[in-house]
Design a protein around this ligand. Structure first.
Ligand code: PLP
Length: 380
C-alpha cells in the first residue's frame, strides 16, 4: 500500500486494474463483471439500487439486524417503496426474534407468490449480518424466488461475509452482490464492490433512478482495458491485489474452514461462560463474528468500556435495537489463534470485573478446542 502511486492512465496501471478485477471475480466466484468503487460499503449498497431500480419501484427487504435496517432506510431515501418482512416475535429482553435468526426463505416465497402482478422488483437480503453474527442461506433465497416463479432480482449484501464465509455469486443465482474492503479482504476501509449478473446488467439499461458516479455502463467499458472513468484508489488496489494473492494462494475452502474453526472456538468459550449467543440457530452461526448477550441487569457497553480501558481490547458494540444488550467478538481476516484467545481472555476478565457470574473459563474451553482441532497442515 505504501508503494509510490503510479499514473492511473499509464500502461503499468492497466496490468494492476485487470489483475484485481480478475482476482475479485474469483473471490466472488463469478465470471461476470465486478465493479470496484473508491467508497465504503454504503456506496455499494446505493450503487446496487440506483443501477437496477426506477423511482417508486417496490423492493422486498428482510430485516435480520441493524445493517438490513440501514439498507432499507437507504432504499427509502432513494425514493423506493421498501417493504420489510421478518420473522415475527420479540425475545424476553426486547430483541426482535428476527435479529437472532437468518433469513427465512419460506417467508420470502410466500410474499412473492402473493405478488401475482410482479410489482416486487428486487429481493434484498444481508448474507452475514455484522450486527448480530448470523449468516443467511442465500441459495435458499434463490430457490424461494424460483419456486414462486417470480422475476425479482436478488440483491445480496456480503460486506462482512465475503472472503470469510463461503459465497458463490454465480452458483447461487445472485444478481448483485455487494461487498467492502475492510472485513474479510483484510484492507483498510475505502473500497467497495458490486458483482453483477447478466440480468442485473440488462436491468441497468432500463433503470431510471439518477446515477452518475455509480453508473455501471461506463465503468464496465473502461474496465475492459484495466482502467476506470474516475480516479481509482490506486494504493488500496495494490493492497487488494496482495490480499487476493494471500486468499487465493491459501485457497478459498481453507479460508472458509479457518474462519469456521475460529467461530467454533468463540462459541465454545461463550458456552463455557454460560452466556447466550445472539445467533439462536446453530446452522446460522457466523464464521466472521460472535455476538455475546449479557445478563439483563448488565450494560454491554459498560463491559466493553472495562475491557477497552483495562485490557486494551476493542470489541464491537451492540447496534440499534440491541444496543447495550450484547457485544461482538470479531474473528475475521488478519486474525490468528492467539489473537482470538487474547480477545476471549480480555472478555472473560472484563465480564468478571463487571460483576457477571461466569459458569466456567471460556479461555480454557477455547484453548482446549483449538488444541484438539488443529488447522489442517499448509500444503506448501
Ligand atoms: N452492511 C454490512 C453487513 C456491514 O457490516 C456494513 C458495515 O460494517 C455496512 C453494510 C455498511 O458499510 P460501510 O460502513 O462500509 O459504509
Amino acid at each position: 500500500m505504501s508503494l509510490p502511486t503510479i499514473d492511473h492512465r499509464g500502461p503499468e496501471f492497466a496490468y494492476l486494474g485487470r489483475k484485481v478485477l480478475a482476482d475479485m471475480g474469483r473471490i466472488f466466484q463469478t465470471v461476470h463483471p465486478v465493479m470496484i468503487y473508491p467508497a465504503s460499503g454504503t456506496g455499494a449498497w446505493e450503487a446496487a439500487l440506483v443501477n437496477t431500480m426506477s423511482p417508486g419501484d417496490h423492493v422486498l427487504m428482510y430485516e435480520t439486524g441493524h445493517f438490513a435496517f440501514l439498507w432499507t432506510r437507504l432504499a427509502k431515501a432513494l425514493g423506493l417503496n421498501a417493504e420489510v418482512i421478518a420473522m415475527p416475535g420479540t425475545e424476553a429482553n426486547g430483541t426482535p426474534t428476527s435479529w437472532r435468526h437468518g433469513v427465512q426463505a419460506d417467508l420470502i416465497e410466500a410474499r412473492l407468490r402473493e405478488d401475482t402482478a410482479h410489482i416486487i422488483r428486487a429481493v434484498c437480503v444481508v448474507h452475514n449480518e455484522t450486527s448480530t453474527g448470523v449468516t443467511s442461506d442465500i441459495a435458499a433465497v434463490r430457490r424461494a424466488i424460483d419456486a414462486a416463479k417470480h422475476p425479482a432480482l436478488l440483491l445480496v449484501d456480503t460486506i462482512s461475509g465475503l472472503a470469510g464465509a463461503d459465497y458463490q455469486h454465480d452458483a447461487w443465482g445472485v444478481d448483485v452482490s455487494i461487498s467492502g474492503s475492510q472485513k474479510g479482504l483484510m484492507l483498510p476501509p475505502g473500497l467497495s464492490f458490486n458483482a453483477l449478473s447478466p440480468k442485473a446488467i440488462e436491468a441497468s439499461k432500463q433503470s431510471t433512478l439518477p446515477k452518475a458516479f455509480w453508473g455501471w455502463q461506463e465503468i464496465i467499458e473502461m474496465n475492459k482495458g484495466g482502467y476506470w472513468p474516475t480516479t481509482p484508489a490506486t494504493n488500496l488496489l495494490y493492497a487488494l491485489s496482495e490480499a487476493c494473492d494471500m486468499l487465493l494462494g491459501e485457497g478459498l475452502p481453507a479460508v472458509f474452514a479457518r474462519h469456521k474453526r475460529w467461530s467454533e472456538a468463540a462459541k465454545t468459550a461463550v458456552n463455557a461462560w454460560g452466556l447466550p449467543i445472539q445467533c439462536a440457530d446453530v446452522n446460522a452461526f457466523s464464521p466472521i463474528l460472535t455476538g455475546v448477550v449479557v445478563p439483563d441487569e448488565i450494560d454491554a457497553d459498560q463491559v466493553r468500556r472495562v475491557i477497552y480501558e483495562r485490557f486494551n481490547c476493542s470489541l464491537g458494540t451492540g447496534l440499534g435495537k440491541i444496543k447495550g444488550r450484547m457485544f461482538r467478538i470479531g474473528h475475521l481476516g488478519d486474525c490468528n489463534d492467539l489473537t482470538l484467545i487474547a480477545a476471549i481472555a480480555g472478555c472473560e476478565m472484563g465480564l468478571r470485573v463487571s460483576g457477571v457470574n461466569l459458569q466456567s473459563s471460556g479461555v480454557g474451553a477455547a484453548m482446549d478446542f483449538m488444541q484438539k482441532n488443529p488447522i489442517p497442515a499448509l500444503s506448501i
